[in-house]
Design a protein around this ligand. Structure first.
Ligand SMILES: *Cc1c(COP(=O)(O)O)cnc(C)c1O
Length: 361
């Protein structure tokens, strides 16, 4: 927490706006628009709910195909199942570790040939690193397929000077406790398309028609953010810029300290990509990241493997996929180092020296 959250929480209590309507929600949505440059925003109860609403607002349902980045957290893919559509998984390219445009086009052409045009593409910005958005947007426009940007990990990241989450037809963010800023739990859906955001807002509010009696013409959801949580979000949004620089500082420190070790490669971007470096991720050749993981653990320090690709998961491994095995290699060789915004210089030095020692032995 930044210390600025209590003011907005207090306002919520003082004005008795505690539930799913209130001034903090309206202000948080407006401030998200201001920060990202999006025209419209909808604050919801989680990033997962935001992806679910994005699919529903686009009218995606039973039997539809959705092309989804394989190297991601499971919450990117699960909402495709909620609506009864089929996720088809797309492998990564080796630079940003995100959706490979070549594999995406192969998938699109395959389904077009079968007469089944995919209904959406969901791209993700892994650990804050922007995907190859120019190439992916070009394909989406060429074939007329809407793009959903799962920017859950990437608040504050930029592509060609513009905030990610604003490139797709819909973008989503997460404010879960582990993300770069948090509302305790929450998410947001962003779009420049007023119709899509209004449809999502309607479905997130039990699909209640704007009449006094309780009239429902669709099955809705209870997905709104509370005015108390939005207060936390307002306090957090004031410091998101600082948080991004702290995370980038962690990355820079690790890169300078560790890059000379043979076989280490950091997740990289292109010159026009600005990553919030939510997590510092690297690969170690030879599938030995578990040695480093265990050495850190022996010192009471937590690290994490890279997300296990969706096409390797029990629940999804029988579904179609396109591309090679880049995401599998990243999973086997990848490691996320401690990346909290509150890491001290001493913390980072200790971590780097433990990793260094692994290479010496
Ligand atoms: C965290 C995360 C989500 C889900 O957000 P919640 O707010 O936890 O529901 C979705 N996609 C990705 C890539 C995430 O990292």
């Amino acid at each position: 927490m930044s210390g600025r959250e209590m003011k907005y929480i207090q306002e919520a209590f003082d004005s008795n706006w505690i539930a799913h309507i209130g001034p903090n929600i309206d202000a948080f949505e407006a401030e998200l628009c201001q920060y990202t440059g999006s025209k419209y925003a909808l604050a919801v109860s989680s990033g997962t709910a935001a992806i679910h609403l994005a699919l529903l607002a686009m009218g995606i349902g039973k039997g539809d195909i959705v092309l989804c980045q394989s190297l991601t957290f499971v919450a990117t893919a699960n909402p495709i199942m909620y609506v009864g559509a089929t996720p088809v998984f797309i492998d990564s390219e080796a630079t940003t570790w995100n959706m490979c445009p070549n594999a995406l086009e192969d998938a699109i052409l395959h389904y077009l040939q079968m007469g089944q045009k995919p209904k959406a593409v969901i791209v993700m910005h892994l650990y804050g690193m922007p995907a190859m958005l120019d190439e992916i947007l070009y394909l989406c426009r060429k074939y007329g397929i809407p793009l959903i940007e799962d920017a859950a990990e990437a608040l504050g990241s930029e592509y060609k000077g513009r905030k990610v989450g604003t490139f797709g037809d819909i973008g989503i963010f997460s404010f879960n406790g582990n993300k770069i800023i948090t509302t305790s739990g929450g998410g947001a859906l962003l779009s420049d398309n007023a119709g899509l955001v209004e449809k999502a807002r309607f479905l997130a509010t039990q699909a209640r028609e704007p009449v006094a009696h309780y009239e429902h013409s669709a099955v809705g959801y209870n997905y709104r953010m509370s005015n108390v949580c939005a207060g936390i979000g307002r306090g957090q949004l004031e410091v998101v810029g600082e948080r991004v620089w702290m995370r980038r500082g962690n990355f820079q420190f690790y890169q300078i300290s560790l890059h000379k070790n043979p076989g280490i490669d950091f997740q990289d971007g292109a010159i026009d990509m600005f990553s919030n470096r939510w997590l510092t991720a690297l690969t170690i050749a030879g599938e030995c990241p578990s040695l480093v993981h265990n050495a850190l653990l022996a010192n009471g320090i937590e690290s994490r493997p890279v997300w296990k690709p969706m096409h390797c998961q029990q629940i999804y491994k029988t579904l179609p996929r396109f591309g090679g095995s880049v995401s599998e290699r990243l999973f086997h060789q990848g490691l996320c180092l401690p990346s909290g915004s509150n890491l001290s210089d001493d913390d980072r030095k200790l971590i780097a020296s433990i990793v260094d020692d692994c290479f010496k032995t």
